[in-house]
Ligand binder design. Sequence first.
Ligand code: G6P
Ligand code: MG
Length: 219
Amino acid sequence: MTKAFIFDLDGVIVDTAKFHYLTWKNLADSLGIPFSEEKNEQLKGVSRAKSLEKILEWGHKILPKAEFESLMFKKNEEYLSFVNQMTEKDILPGVMKTLDYLRSNGYAIALGSASKNARLILSKVGLEAYFEEIIDGNEVTKAKPDPEVFLKGIDALGGTPKYAIVFEDSLAGIEAANTACMTSVGIGDKSILKEADFNFQDFIEIDKSVIETLIKFKK
Ligand code: G6P
Ligand code: MG
């Protein structure tokens, strides 16, 4: 089999990571729980419910189920108010060039995201058609760092894990790809994503020769 590519969404394809940060910060502030960019790193790639559980844990708070659900709903409503304004201008630099290259060379491409808003976001920025398979937060039961989302992605593409190359901006996602024995490519801060097989600041750095290197790499 030729190699297949699995993309995370938030913080890899689009800059929605900043909207997640803002809306979690507002929620934490409203509960009087200290929240920082450093803490936010631990929420990247993590499902909505797990993220709220972590924030409450940091604040030593336990909430009744109904209140927990209502906070998740509120957070998502605020997040969606940003998402609804998104256009193709929100696609991160270099992403289009990479997707076009992979597609025109016949490589299989899937999305592997913890977000339940993934399809909405892809349609907002006009990228749905690039993905042969979309595995998102509605289809997984175990959050990253569990490899479920990526294993389902490669399975849907008809491949096996060692042929998969995963692009991720989160610690949890890199761990998930490594656990699945896939090639892990960190997008963003190398000092944070040190466990990745490869690191790049963004997709501008990922040219044709880099893609060839990723394809030849054996874990
Ligand atoms: C991604 C983001 C997380 C987010 C999760 C769930 O993995 O990195 O920050 O919490 O998706 O997103 P959702 O859109 O379903 O709230
Ligand atoms: Mg991400």
